[in-house]
Design a protein around this ligand. Structure first.
Ligand code: ZN
Length: 175
């Protein structure tokens, strides 16, 4: 088990599109364990494989208060949705940044579990927000894509500046 590095915006790898998982082997099981450990350590309530540089269609989510209700979604897709909710979202790839996003209030989704078994289930409220946010990651979509142009420009600049600062700090350490 290992805590993985989480990619931070504007890392271009966050725009990659995940490939479907075809083999439900021990490598995938280990990957899911590492992703769960990474999510809990962050701490966060959801993590998509794209965020740790693995372009395979895997999501881990735990929205429970006690962090004991891990959901594993492999090759997930939303098959029905209804209603609207506006919730302030954060993202482990945008540390310290929060913004309101409009999402469906209720969704029905299909996914596979660690054994490759397909299941269908419903989600509402925070769980539904989280599933929609993480599924977006699998196609390279970020929650800031939903913001107004002005807000998006502001957050893009803020994170580009922070990335340059990290590079300078790194160069100083190497030098
Ligand atoms: Zn995110």
């Amino acid at each position: 088990m290992a805590v993985l590095d989480i990619l931070v915006y504007p890392d271009p790898k966050l725009r990659r599109v995940a490939e479907p998982v075809a083999d439900f082997n021990s490598e995938i099981r280990d990957m899911v364990k590492d992703m769960a450990e990474t999510m809990y350590a962050a701490p966060g309530i959801g993590l998509a494989s794209i965020q740790v540089g693995i372009p395979q269609s895997i999501i881990v989510i735990d929205v429970s208060d006690d962090h004991n209700d891990l959901k594993v979604l492999i090759n997930p897709e939303v098959i029905d949705s209804n209603g609207e909710q506006i919730v302030e979202e954060g993202c482990l790839s945008f540390p310290g940044y929060f913004a309101e996003v409009k999402r469906a209030e209720w969704i029905r989704f299909r996914a596979q579990d660690l054994q490759g078994e397909t299941y269908e289930t419903e989600a509402e409220g925070l769980f539904a927000v989280c599933v929609q946010h993480e599924i977006d990651h699998l196609s390279g979509k970020l929650f800031t894509d939903y913001l107004s142009r002005l807000k998006r420009q502001r957050v893009t600049k803020q994170f580009q500046k922070a990335a340059r600062q990290r590079q300078r700090d790194m160069a100083r350490k190497v030098g």
